[in-house]
Design a protein around this ligand. Structure first.
Ligand code: ATP
Ligand code: MG
Length: 269
């Protein structure tokens, strides 16, 4: 059985597609078989990221490990069971197709609530939620008392994950390992960073996720997309000298992979 990694957060622009590409590429570079699905059928940033990679590698004439990206198959309406949702059928067909040939399937979700995203969350063995380090983004996870800064209750997205957990428990599936990854760290003042950190730790205990430090705010992340590259590929594409910022970013990625504690994945690579 493939281990399914879902990257989700209903908040737009939190770093889901960037994280999907980096985690997926890291795993495939480590020798694992990685299938990739993009549920953001409109933007398709993750799918396009992988397509850019294949086009760029072909252009410069080298081969590098690349996740096996598949689009959701179209399903003929007459083949649907009575009352079956066509999106459910498409996702299920895509996962079934990849499961036999993958160790991991990485699924990138859109930055909004959709049926596809909701169903994908219930398929997650590991759920990664990148979070911009600000209280506006935190609001998607929990409500916070403005006076005291204390968490007063879960928010819509956390409740959706809770429902996905219930569904999995009923189906006898293993629990979701939920990891909230702080993204774009360092872009704001220390004071805010500490406050967000404390609120996250508080919430982690209450609703059951782990907190991982993710990526600092770095220009390099925006520059890689057109060539479909990740921080791990720079050396192979002729960048001999990684600058300090790139080296640090690569280390952040390695630390994240270790922190995900995925089955069969070595923690030092
Ligand atoms: N650590 C970072 N440093 C600098 N820029 C970043 C970082 N992480 C993401 N970005 C940039 O932020 C933007 C949003 O990232 P990304 O597309 O990965 O988010 P998303 O959650 O997938 O968005 P959406 O909800 O629209 O799907 C992109 O331009 C990306 O290059
Ligand atoms: Mg995206």
């Amino acid at each position: 059985m493939a281990h399914i990694i879902v990257v989700g957060n209903e908040k737009g622009g939190s770093g889901k597609s960037t994280t999907s590409m980096h985690v997926g590429t890291a795993l495939v570079r480590m020798g694992h078989r990685v299938g990739a699905l993009d549920l953001d059928l409109r933007q398709r940033s993750f799918g396009r990221y992988i397509e850019n990679r294949l086009a760029y590698l072909a252009r410069i004439g080298i081969e590098l490990p690349t996740p096996d990206y598949r689009t959701l198959p179209e399903i003929a309406p007459e083949t649907l069971a009575q009352g079956e949702n066509p999106y459910d059928a498409r996702l299920s067909a895509a996962v079934t197709g990849l499961e036999a040939v993958s160790d991991f399937i990485i699924i990138d979700c859109p930055g909004s609530h959709t049926r596809l995203s909701q169903v994908a969350h219930s398929l997650a063995d590991t759920l990664i939620t990148p979070l911009n380090d600000s209280f506006i983004d935190f609001d998607l996870l929990a409500q916070v008392d403005s006076e005291t800064g204390k968490v007063t209750g879960p928010s819509i997205y956390s409740e959706m994950v809770w429902q996905a957990r219930q569904l999995r428990a009923q189906a006898g599936l293993r629990p979701i390992d939920w990891i909230v990854v702080r993204n774009r760290l360092g872009a704001q003042q220390m004071h805010n960073k500490k406050k967000v950190g404390a609120a996250l730790e508080d919430l982690a205990r209450r609703i059951g996720f782990r907190v991982a430090p993710g990526f600092s705010e770095r220009v390099i992340f925006r520059e890689l997309f057109p060539r479909g590259l990740t921080l791990l590929d720079l050396k192979d594409t002729g960048v001999d000298q990684l600058n300090m910022s790139n080296l640090a970013a690569r280390q952040e990625l390695r630390d994240l992979i270790a922190e995900l504690r995925l089955p069969g994945v070595s923690i030092d690579f």
